[in-house]
Structure formats: structure tokens, C-alpha cells
Design a protein. Sequence first.
Lengths: 234, 234
Amino acid sequence: MPPKQGRATPLDRTAVLAEAVVLADEGGLAAISMRALAARLGVVPMALYKHVADRADLVGGMIDTVVQTYPTPDDDGWQARVRARALAARDAQEQHPWMRAAIDEAERPTLTTLAYMDAVAADFIDDGFSVDLTHYAMHALGHRIWGYSTEAFRSAPAGADDEAAAAMLAAQFPHVASIAMDTAMRNPAGACDERHEFAFGLDLLLDAFARLREAGWVSAVPDASLSRPASPST
Amino acid sequence: MPPKQGRATPLDRTAVLAEAVVLADEGGLAAISMRALAARLGVVPMALYKHVADRADLVGGMIDTVVQTYPTPDDDGWQARVRARALAARDAQEQHPWMRAAIDEAERPTLTTLAYMDAVAADFIDDGFSVDLTHYAMHALGHRIWGYSTEAFRSAPAGADDEAAAAMLAAQFPHVASIAMDTAMRNPAGACDERHEFAFGLDLLLDAFARLREAGWVSAVPDASLSRPASPST
DNA sequence: ACCTGAACACCGTTCAAGT
DNA sequence: ACCTGAACACCGTTCAAGT
């Protein structure tokens, strides 16, 4: 083992962030603590504060580290470009499942994430989309731009482990059960093809954007049917 | 002050969850700790463990408490019903902003959340949608079903506080800046109408689902252009 | 310039004990 | 049946000190 006098090579921000990404890949965002990360780096917890401002800065830097690897598409046309970006981001995110929670935890974009959003906006605008429609399209894309559409729950509920309990749940929630059965029938593995489903929703939105653009869509004042009721009850 | 002998009325699970919802409404999910919640209830932390199994069970119970208030739509037709559900959920969620993080933190659905998803699935299936298309439609709706579409960042980046810094950012990220300017021009308040944008994306998806249904859509094996490249590099 | 040590004010959760 | 007290193994972060 190396002598315990500090470290072989002095730390820098890049090394701290790289090790944090590895640690999160292994144990999720919950495994990221200043103390655990410091231990991995063979350093006392407070040494990290020379390289990151605090935990929020650490997590922001981890996001940046991954977003910087998102490739720039060489496709022509907004649709192919945005599609390639979202799918590439989704693939990168599959290797770093903590990204979803990290982006939710971060409250403000960094310069790196802003640059990424600017690049997505450029794909629309530089291809002739109005700024107005680009704005709305990006809102509609939501987290799909970052590579995922944040499904609410990925696994079965607790207590569906034995067959009897599963049958009771199926009787209680027949529509959900019929979806699960239909999926099992169509796919021998019995599982969703998440990538396919992701692309399905993505393409629906992209096709809709194309139609709106053709029709010269302009954002409108919300109509009355959309307004919140004046009083919550009655 | 009341005498400190336990409490005036004994705790039960409903009272614990109700106080937790109030505490989270005030301080966000970060304010929810067993110790802080116990203090609010005038009780020692460990007393809570008689009513909730652990912190995950507490957060799950909080989600259930809110989801139970989501109204059942009385509209006819799948589109009006799903639309009403998603918008009502969105309004409820505006009062409980911690719901987004809580649902992300929860890994498995509870019976209450399963029942809600079953009701959404029923809106499609009972109106003649195939189970297959219902499945894909619900994936495409993603978190919109829960009342929101999880925007990545809501606020400006750090360091955009003075005018000079803001101008520098605008020059650096011109497409994002043009969206912000366009919005400011169209809306005197300079802010997004989040509810309107939410409905925009929602309606795009709903209209697309209607068209697919009409066309007799059936899920297909992913085509080659969708497959992940065999090797990540080269 | 970079790292350390002690300290402060927090966490969730277990266990054995009280009433 | 419900609540308590002490304890254990953790957190992020500040401050003053070391090399």
C-alpha cells in the first residue's frame, strides 16, 4: 500500500467528480456522501471542500461530467437530430441511473446543462422552427430531452411475491393486470421493451410538432376550459 | 401548554401522515425526518415507529394521502376523463410540490397508487382502447398522469443575478435566450404559463393516441434504426 | 496550496425498558 | 397498547491548525 502521507497524486476537481460518478454507478445517489467519497479517495472528508463547494456542487459537477459525454448528432434536420440526442442521452443514462434523481435534486442548471439545452433549442430554431413553438416543444419533451421520461414506478408493488398475493392484486386492479398479461403474451421475456416505449412516446411528440409547424402554430392565451376553477370546492 | 404526559390524544397513522403532509408542504421533502416530524407531534422520534414501518413507509403513506384526494372525473369519453385526471392531479400537486420528489423516491407502488393507475388504464380500456395501445399510451404519458411532466430546471442558473452576468449568459446561449425573450414579449409577466404548457404537451399526446386508435395501431418489434449500436465506441 | 482533527448539530433505527 | 431513553452508526459543514 502507498504511504498514508496525503495521496500519491494530489486531488483535483476532475478526479473527485470522476470517482463520485463511479461510486454513484455502483450504489446510486444514496451512496454519495462527502464522507464515503472521501474514504474512497483515501482522504479525510474535509479535504473535498477544497475542490467542491458543498454537496450540491458535487452533484451538479457529476451531472456535468455525464452531460459532457452526450454526443452531438451529425444527422441533418431537426427531427433526426433531436431524436438522436434524446436516444443517446437515454443510453448514457442507462449507465448512470442516478442521473434522474440528480437532475431532480439540482435546482438550477449549470453552464454545462444550459449549453446542452441551448444545443437542443438550436436544433429546432436553426431548422426554421419559431422560437415560440420551440419553447412549447421543449416543454412537451420534458425529461425526454435528458434521456428518459421518468416513469413513476418500475417494479411490482410490495407483497406481490407469492402467487396467491399476485392473483389477489390482479383481481383488485384488473386493467393494470390485463396490461401485464398482454405484455407477457406479446413478449416471451414478459418485460417491457423500455427503449421501444421511450421511442414511441418521443415519436408521437415529434410528429405532432412537425404537424404544428406546418400549420403555422402560434401560442394562444389559455382558453376558458383550461382555467382553474375560481373556488376549489362547490 | 398541555401536560407533557405523552399527548392529549394518542397518535394514529392518519394523524402522523397528515402532519407529515403539512410539514412537507412547508419545508419540502427535505424537511421530513423522523426526528423533526416527531417533534412537531410532541412525541419522541421512536414513537413514530408504532405507526409507520420506516421512512420509506412514511413517504409512501404521504403519497397515498394526497393521491386519495384526486377526484374521479364525471366526464364521458376517455379523452375528457384522462385529461381531467391529469389536470386535477396537477392542481393537487401544485399544493404539494414535494410529491414529485416523493414519487421519484418511492420505488414501488402502494395499493393506493396502483388503484389510481388502474383507474387511468380503465379510462382507456373501458372506452374501447386495446390493452396494447393503453399500455403504450400510459408510458408516453409518463409523469403527466401524476400531474406533472417533471421539468428539468425551474429557475435561472446561479450567477445570472446582475445584469452584466445575464447579458453574458445570453450571448453564450443564444437559443435559450431567444426563448426567454420571446416569452417575455408575449407575456407581460415574463413568465411561462406552466399550466398552459402542461396542457399543450398533454393534448399533443392525447390527439396522437386518438389517431393511432383510429388506424388500428398494434405494437411492433422495434425496427433496426432504433437498436442500440452493438459497440458503444468506434 | 493542500490536507487534517476536533467539534457541532444533525440523521434513521435497534433494543430494552417504562407506564 | 403506546411511548420513552440510551445507544449505535451514520450525515454535512465550520473552524483553527498543521505541513
